[in-house]
Design a protein around this ligand. Sequence first.
Ligand SMILES: Cc1cc2nc3c(=O)[nH]c(=O)nc-3n(C[C@H](O)[C@H](O)[C@H](O)COP(=O)(O)OP(=O)(O)OC[C@H]3O[C@@H](n4cnc5c(N)ncnc54)[C@H](O)[C@@H]3O)c2cc1C
Ligand code: FES
Length: 344
Amino acid sequence: MRVQLNARNRAFRYEASAGEKILYAGLRAQAGLPYECATGTCGTCKAKLVEGEIEDAWPEAPGRRFIKPERGEFLMCQCAAAGDVSVEVASFVYPSDPAECRVAAWRGTVGALRALTHDVSAFDVELDAACEFDAGQFMAVSAPGVRGMRGYSMVNFAQPARRLEFLVKKKPGGGFSEWLFSKRAAGARIELVGPLGKATFHPALGKNVLCIAGGSGIAGMMSILARAAAARYFERHDGWVFFGVRTMRDAFFLEELSAFKSDRLEITLALSEEDAGAQTLRRWPRLRFERGLVHEVAKRAMTSKYRDVRAYLAGPPPAVEAAIRVLLLEAKLTADCIRYDKFS
Ligand SMILES: Cc1cc2nc3c(=O)[nH]c(=O)nc-3n(C[C@H](O)[C@H](O)[C@H](O)COP(=O)(O)OP(=O)(O)OC[C@H]3O[C@@H](n4cnc5c(N)ncnc54)[C@H](O)[C@@H]3O)c2cc1C
Ligand code: FES
């Protein structure tokens, strides 16, 4: 299927295979198309059908509240071309930066699940072929028998990587969660598209780094910390990690975070529903513990430290939005210094 995509500044022409989403095919063809979640919730990938027919795989997608279907608008991450199509995107679109990791479709095998808390588990995917990704990126993942794709951030970092590590917070009744936490997942073959996302870290950044993660949002931060540690980044720059959970029962990766801690990298657990007890403080001497919502804890600790900072935010949308407000309104960071993934 041929896709003719007319953006505000230029046109792109690319091939999409049967059933392939117009967004994924465009990214694969190195058109820097607009998207955020890549999975139907945010509305960022809005486009307009000018000619031809499309198939909408998820007509109930929450992201459709941002479009006007009566005007031919649709979500590129949910729709595939049903023949040759011509579509329009209202924004400027540029070719992807050749230095970015190439988006492609992958297949892999799921390894055994490892419980991190009562409702968070990690799992590995052994890819059939090695892939390159930047620290902080995610994959759109599809599992057998589960409709649609889900975004999951890579926890590890290697370049190239045959093994991708992910963590998933169980959502009761959630399609992917129920599949993953069932006995069917280990050994299953899954499909992935990526790497995706712009909340990327590279040691050439040359700025101080602030990470604010709510719950499972710590996934991509672990990849960033691994990349930074390998480059001894925090010998030359300052870093602050704020990891928000409700109680110590919900906390994980504390060994790994303690190992990342260094003179110039401070790591704080924000506990929203309890104080850290004396035993916790004794057990984790390299970590700081504060009571409060993660964006409030970060706001208190970061006052007057925002010079030359790149901020990375991830987690549930309310936590990310609250942190964005702090960074824009209180810290006066400009939008280009803030990278985020809303786990919607
Ligand atoms: C950029 C990004 C990174 C993320 N990283 C992580 C992470 O590292 N760890 C983590 O735990 N969570 C992460 N999430 C959230 C994750 O993608 C899922 O939303 C979450 O795990 C719940 O999935 P579920 O299938 O259990 O729940 P469900 O409620 O079944 O599905 C949740 C999401 O799946 C998609 N979806 C559902 N039904 C359909 C359908 N019929 N057709 C098409 N799509 C459908 C939608 O995007 C929906 O919001 C991330 C989300 C995004 C956007
Ligand atoms: S990128 Fe398509 S709805 Fe978010």
